[in-house]
Design a binder for this molecule. Structure first.
Ligand SMILES: CCCCCCCCCC(=O)SCCNC(=O)CCNC(=O)[C@H](O)C(C)(C)COP(=O)(O)OP(=O)(O)OC[C@H]1O[C@@H](n2cnc3c(N)ncnc32)[C@H](O)[C@@H]1OP(=O)(O)O
Length: 205
């Protein structure tokens, strides 16, 4: 059996081409997920869709990407919030600001709905976790969320541009606190505070 390690790595230019293709694939898959939320339930086209998607899955199944390969690829292209290669990511594109804060613009559609016409609270929490951690992530290694407190001030509407902001609050050894908000029409809809911890070096565990 050929393992991932045995397979030759693509040349750098081919790798770029594949990455771009994967990004385009994720865009189309995201579009399908969105359309499936909106299509008429009595549309006869729906009868063929599962078969067509099944054929597509069969096509992709061989060779399937293994866990090892997933870890080898850059995580930030795969993650569920800003991963451009991940169809479940909105995706949210983060920007680092000169003052050290991180901002992002996003607009959620129906796949992210919780209460009718509003964003699911778990999605808001996931976004806050991600953007807060981006504001704290030290350059010298990974960081883990230890605590996340989210306050929902007002419902977050779907189909409206939202702004996410996060900033580092305090650092004490391996512990880093950050705060942030999701803002709609200039008003804070969600605020959050997180404690992030740099894990101990392996030898010290
Ligand atoms: C652009 C890309 C941006 C990045 C995107 C990725 C974002 C993804 C963020 C995540 O989703 S991370 C996944 C969810 N989180 C986890 O799975 C974490 C699971 N927990 C752990 O792995 C460990 O518990 C943890 C690394 C958080 C801490 O383990 P340690 O062994 O390093 O902690 P240790 O016992 O040495 O304690 C160190 C200090 O932290 C404190 N501490 C540890 N865990 C805590 C906790 N959960 N809450 C509060 N304080 C905590 C602990 O009391 C102590 O305080 P003091 O130094 O003051 O004594």
């Amino acid at each position: 059996m050929t393992t991932v390690e045995d397979r030759p790595l693509p040349a750098p230019e081919a790798e770029l081409e594949y990455a771009a293709a994967l990004e385009r694939d994720a865009v189309q898959l995201r579009r399908i997920v969105d359309l499936l939320q909106r299509v008429d339930v009595d549309d006869p086209l729906l009868l063929d869709v599962a078969e067509e998607l099944d054929a597509l899955s069969e096509h992709l199944e061989n060779p399937v990407e293994t866990v090892t390969e997933t870890i080898r690829n850059p995580g930030w292209r795969h993650d569920p919030v800003s991963g451009v290669e991940n169809a479940i990511a909105p995706p949210i594109i983060l920007e680092s600001q000169p003052d050290g804060s991180v901002t992002a613009g996003v607009e959620f559609g129906l796949p992210y709905q919780g209460p009718n016409s509003f964003v699911h609270g778990g999605i808001s929490a996931m976004v806050m976790d991600h953007v807060l951690s981006a504001a704290t992530t030290p350059k010298d290694g990974p960081i883990f969320t230890a605590q996340l407190t989210v306050r929902y001030h007002r419902p977050l509407p779907l189909f409206v541009p939202l702004t996410v902001v996060a900033r580092l609050k305090e650092r004490e050894g391996r512990k880093i606190w950050a705060t942030g908000e999701i803002v709609v029409d200039g008003k804070i809809a969600v605020s959050a505070e997180g404690l992030f911890i740099q894990p101990r070096p392996k030898a010290a565990r």
